[in-house]
Design a protein around this ligand. Structure first.
Ligand code: TXA
Ligand code: MG
Length: 313
């Protein structure tokens, strides 16, 4: 069983030796290894049972680490970095020769972000290499937003979870390719489309998910609980022999087993509780989980994106 601790010296020791450590970020917990060491990176794929065609995000805390990953920074990427780093924004860059192909699944671009979490920034600042880290969940399952989620799912295969409390944002980062025109959003996330367009002063293209994705985070079915999940409709009670768990935004769904995401009706708060709510309902004695679409604005778009991947169509 992995230990849960906030001792960054121990985390640094393990990472320097090529082991994996689960790390907190403001979005979700990541499963981290030395991004410049192909052997360490291969352990990440193995632990998550993640297919090798699904590339990883590289995490940095400073300019030196960024320079290890990329040779050139496009102007629009610079604007976005200045505005949103550290924060829930991942940018694509042409990769340097130091980044092993296994990190990018052979793609010419590498995904990089600077997470906004004090403990992980100090951890990174004490390392000479950046950290490759996908979300610390088994492939396809709901991402972890606290140390206990990680230990529950991956406790048998990793030595340590660095405990940084609950993730403040609770949804993965927004992935942006700012080297193309128009700028493309590959995955909706913690920074909204509106915020990105405002920063750049231009419209961006939001890529739709598909079953033949460019980025596997765009897979139609992803981030799903084990129990079937459905969009609410008026005939849902035809499932009346089933026990239904409701994932409710703000008193919008009523039943015996309900997880309320934001009593105030606040989208940012709802996002922070979303994965915790999905996990909680998945563990209840219910046959299925039902949810209604959220308002399609700000981070509500990213919430709807995750829900539509989790719901059966
Ligand atoms: O918030 C986050 O982004 C979290 C925390 C831990 O930083 N990480 C995360 O990683 O969500 P992961 O691996 O679960 O999702 C990363 C997504 C994948 O869907 C992957 O396909 C995409 O990023 N990605 C990574 N590198 C890419 C690349 N070179 N080109 C296109 N997509 C890429
Ligand atoms: Mg993931």
């Amino acid at each position: 069983m992995s230990i849960i601790t906030s001792d960054i010296n121990q985390a640094q020791r393990l990472l320097n030796e090529g082991h994996l450590v689960a790390i907190p970020t403001e979005t979700v917990y990541g499963l981290a290894g030395n991004a410049l060491n192909p052997l360490a990176v291969s352990k990440i794929f193995e632990a998550k049972r993640r297919p090798f065609f699904d590339p990883l995000i590289v995490h940095i805390a400073n300019e030196n680490q960024l320079k290890l990953c990329v040779d050139e920074i496009p102007d629009k990427a610079n604007l976005l970095m200045e505005k949103f780093w550290p924060g829930p924004l991942t940018l694509l860059f042409q990769k340097s020769n130091l980044i092993p192909d296994i990190v990018t699944s052979g793609l010419p671009k590498v995904a990089v972000r600077m997470p906004n979490h004090a403990l992980t920034l100090s951890l990174l600042n004490g390392l000479e290499f950046p950290l490759a880290a996908p979300s610390a969940n088994p492939f396809g399952y709901i991402s972890p937003t606290c140390a206990e989620h990680v230990a529950k799912n991956l406790g048998d295969v990793i030595l340590m979870v660095l405990d940084g409390g609950n993730c403040a944002v609770g949804l993965e980062s927004t992935i942006v390719d700012a080297s193309e025109t128009p700028v493309k959003i590959l995955r909706l996330g913690g920074v909204s489309v509106e915020e990105i367009e405002k920063c750049l002063g231009e419209a961006v293209l939001v890529q739709k998910s598909s079953s033949q994705p460019q980025a596997p985070g765009m897979l139609d079915s992803h981030y799903a609980p084990r129990k079937p999940m459905y969009w609410f409709n008026e005939s849902i009670h035809a499932l009346s022999s089933s026990r239904i768990g409701y994932l409710s935004f703000n008193h919008d769904l009523i039943g015996d087993i309900v997880f309320e995401l934001s009593k105030k009706g606040d989208l940012v708060e709802a996002a922070a509780h979303l994965f915790q709510g999905m996990r909680w309902l998945d563990d209840q004695d219910v046959d299925c989980i039902v949810v209604k679409p959220f308002p399609d604005e700000g981070i509500g778009k990213a919430i709807n994106d995750r829900l539509s991947r989790a719901c059966q169509s």
